[in-house]
Design a protein around this ligand. Structure first.
Ligand code: FAD
Length: 401
């Protein structure tokens, strides 16, 4: 393992930090207020921020090196610290065209899309002109086991006919969301892992009905939201199938590795900023005749948080390095480990920071409440904690016993 950042990554880190200070942080509160009061509308300054980020060369940074023509071509290890910096403001990844689920969808299209699919959807996504969603989870079945998915994709002549009900489809509510990558079954009689397929569904296809936005602890995450979507006799050309019928699982495996590094590094950024806010707060506030910083319990909370953040960061960098040098398959265990460790770490650190802030910590006047919700939901999304522990435990016993 070599965690020395390359000169290219270091230069981008410096540039990104300066951009965040200058352009993003001053907008943080105004963005939150606007999106609460103007549901499903894009923050008026977002397009200008995107333009400036693009002009500064801070664009599509997530896209790995084999897609050079669209991006600076960073390795996962080079990109990881950049994702951490973006994680310091909940919504900032979009400014750099680095936000989920677009990042995962772009990687799928870049890796597996046909030239026609890339022209129609990947290129506008890479330019930040449209947004997208990933529709896998279904309310009727335990979707942490993707083999349970029931949506049907049936070939009829030159078209696939899709029927199903999806939910937690992040991004669907965004006014620029133009396309979904939908996972469903093309052959329910095939072997367990070749029943599934992924197909492109333009958002405006007849038969697609967005039923409602879902709330996360009472928040709707406008403008992208998380929606419940009904698909009734939705017809798409057979050319919209990605890679080929029965290859959905294979695509899902390739999609999730780097995406988990991104989530984990953003969570580390959120935790790191929470720790900094906690230190600043306790240094300037007094109770019972002493600054809060002098209470032993507060010092312990700060010390524990620092240890946990640095442990999580090193583990995540190890996973990024392993993906870069040995591929996603070889990095599977480390990817499970960071997915188990980082969301819980973020919840622990943010919770301590909230406690140290008192009532302010749960209010809208700091980013802490939003950070906690982010950490809490990532313990479920992209595979709940227990699923990763189940797989990691099984693999370790097989390997070691
Ligand atoms: C904010 C948010 C955004 C999301 N965005 C998307 C998206 O864009 N697209 C999309 O398709 N989905 C998305 N999801 C859905 C998410 O991926 C699923 O909720 C997740 O995979 C779990 O599926 P489920 O909700 O059906 O839970 P279930 O599968 O019903 O599982 C419930 C619980 O059972 C337990 N469990 C499951 N398996 C095991 C096991 N092996 N051992 C022990 N316990 C176990 C776990 O505690 C788990 O949380 C999002 C979810 C959230 C909250």
């Amino acid at each position: 393992m070599n965690f020395e950042y390359s000169d290219r990554s270091l230069a981008l880190q410096e540039k990104l930090r300066a951009f965040m200070e200058r352009e993003v942080l001053p907008e943080e509160r105004a963005y939150e207020e606007f999106t609460k009061e103007n549901l499903w509308q894009v923050y008026p300054k977002m397009e200008a921020l995107k333009e400036r980020a693009r002009a500064a060369g801070l664009w599509n940074l997530f896209l790995p090196k084999n897609y050079n023509e669209f991006s600076p071509g960073l390795t996962n290890l080079e990109y990881a610290p950049l994702a951490e910096i973006m994680g310091r403001v909940l919504w900032s990844s979009e400014v750099f065209n680095c936000s989920a689920p677009d990042t995962g969808n772009m990687e799928v299209l870049a890796k597996y899309g046909s030239p026609e699919q890339q022209e129609a959807y990947l290129h506008p996504l890479l330019k930040g002109k449209i947004r997208s969603a990933f529709l896998m989870t279904e309310p009727a079945v335990a979707s942490s086991d993707a083999t349970n998915i029931e949506a049907s994709i049936v070939l009829e002549g030159d078209e696939y006919v899709i029927n199903g009900r999806k939910w937690w489809s992040s991004g669907v509510m965004h006014p620029n969301c133009s396309v979904y990558i939908l996972m469903g079954k093309t052959d329910k009689t095939a072997a367990r892992h070749i029943q599934q397929s992924m197909v492109l569904v333009p958002a405006n296809t007849p038969g697609v009905k967005v039923l409602r936005p879902l709330e996360v602890y009472g928040m709707v995450d406008s403008p992208h939201g998380h929606a419940e979507v009904l698909l009734k006799n939705v017809r798409v050309p057979k050319e919209n199938m990605i890679l080929g019928a029965g290859r959905g699982f294979e695509i899902a495996q390739g999609r999730l590795g780097p995406g988990r590094i991104h989530h984990c590094m953003r969570l580390i950024g959120a935790a790191q900023r929470s720790l900094e806010l906690m230190c600043t707060r306790v240094a300037t506030r007094e109770a019972f005749g002493r600054p809060l910083k002098d209470f032993s319990s507060i010092r312990q909370d700060i010390a524990k948080s620092k240890c946990e953040i640095d442990q999580a960061r090193l583990l995540t960098l190890a996973a990024a390095d392993k993906i870069d040098r040995h591929g996603i398959k070889e990095a599977k265990e480390l990817i499970s480990m960071i997915k188990i460790v980082c969301p819980q770490m973020c919840c622990n650190v943010v919770d301590r920071a909230i406690q140290a802030h008192g009532g302010l910590g749960v209010s809208q006047d700091t980013p802490l409440a939003g950070f906690w919700v982010y950490g809490r939901t990532v313990r479920i999304a992209d595979g709940p904690d227990e699923v990763h522990m189940h797989q990691l435990g099984r693999n370790l016993v097989r390997k070691i016993s």
